[in-house]
Design a protein around this ligand. Structure first.
Ligand SMILES: [Zn+2]
Ligand SMILES: [Zn+2]
Length: 346
């Protein structure tokens, strides 16, 4: 076991504070990673405050992890000391179900293990990336290409793959009109990736406050959803709408913006159920769908794609002491566009 400095929430209502945790000794197929950067995902806040249900405390959040390998177990074949690597939302899965065999570990039916707020197969709680080191089985570690700086790569491990996977699955590309709903941590990556895939990208955001940024990051159009004219003007426009919003939505209004056979795909997760008039999908044979992160192989594919196209996240680098303030700013949508913790400050 190794004692490691970390930032943890001691309970659901308490601020995060500096503490130490134990990382397991490196096993046969494990990689020890010196974490350099960890992104702050909105879901860290949902979980640390039990917005998604009962959680495990103390909690060390963080599933956007970038660092360098500092030790490998004797059975490790894919990584060596000094490799630049990342860890996303999963650190294990059953490896036997149809989804695991198909590279869809994120939909493992035999029990996947979250990077934090979960219990590992060894019965011990998992702790995430707001820490100086982490030990992970090599099958759940990905390589960060040399062309990507580690700080802007960290958010790709959740925000990047969560948008890349559905954009690929629903064929965002040349000739397709894609709307990205929400211009936050996920949304800004959705804009960059959809644009790099060749789609014509529109941002649908509450206001026009971030319009200049949206156009700079690759959107061709930018509309405010607070303006009712937006819904009249864009009726029947999109092949795909990717919703990154975690606040309650008027789904019927958004479904009216799809073309026939268009799809509205949710990657944001509101804490409360939302209402839907099913006629909104019957007329126009529309699809209402969801998508969660991506598999390990697809996460590697996404990192390679981002390196090839020079895509990193837009970040605000912070010290660990600023985590609690950063949480408040995320909740107030006051971040451009992802906070990343410099873990050397822990
Ligand atoms: Zn996340
Ligand atoms: Zn499985």
């Amino acid at each position: 076991m190794t004692t490691v400095a970390a930032y943890a929430a001691p309970s659901a209502k308490a601020p995060l504070e500096r503490t130490t945790i134990e990382r397991r000794a490196v096993r046969e197929f494990d990689v020890l990673i010196d974490i350099e950067f960890a992104g702050i995902c909105h879901s860290d806040i949902h979980q640390a405050r039990e917005g998604w249900g009962e959680a495990i405390f103390p909690m060390v959040p963080g599933h956007e992890i970038a660092g360098v390998v500092s030790e490998v177990g004797p059975g490790v074949t894919r990584f060596a000391v000094g490799d630049r690597v990342g860890v996303g939302c999963l650190v294990d899965s059953c490896r036997e179900c149809d989804n695991c065999k198909a590279g869809l570990e994120q939909y493992c039916t035999g029990g996947s293990v979250g990077t934090y707020n979960a219990i590992g197969k060894d019965g011990e709680p998992t702790y995430g990336g707001y820490a100086q080191k982490i030990v992970v089985d090599e099958n759940y570690v990905v390589r960060i290409p040399d062309g990507l700086a580690l700080d802007v790569a960290a958010p790709l491990l959740c925000a990047g793959i969560t948008t890349y996977s559905p954009l690929k699955h629903w064929n965002a590309g040349p000739g397709k009109k894609v709307a990205i709903l929400g211009m936050g941590g996920l949304g800004h990556m959705g804009v960059k990736i959809a644009n790099a895939l060749g789609a014509e990208v529109t941002v649908l955001s509450q206001s026009l406050r971030k319009k200049d940024d949206g156009l700079k990051l690759g959107a061709a159009h930018y509309y405010a959803t607070s303006d009712e004219n937006t819904f009249k003007e864009l009726a029947g426009t999109f092949d795909l709408i990717l919703s990154t919003v975690s606040a309650p939505l008027n789904l019927d209004a958004y479904l009216s913006l799809l073309k026939t056979d268009g799809a509205f795909v949710n990657v944001g997760a509101p804490e409360e159920p939302v209402a839907l008039n099913l006629f909104s999908v019957i007329g126009g044979r529309k699809t209402l769908a969801g998508s969660g992160i991506g598999g390990i192989q697809e996460t590697q594919e996404m990192l390679d794609f981002c390196a090839e196209h020079g895509l990193g996240a837009e970040i605000e680098l912070i010290a660990a002491q600023e985590i609690n303030d950063a949480y408040e700013r995320v909740l107030a949508s006051d971040v451009r566009y992802r906070f990343v913790i410099d873990t050397s400050t822990i």
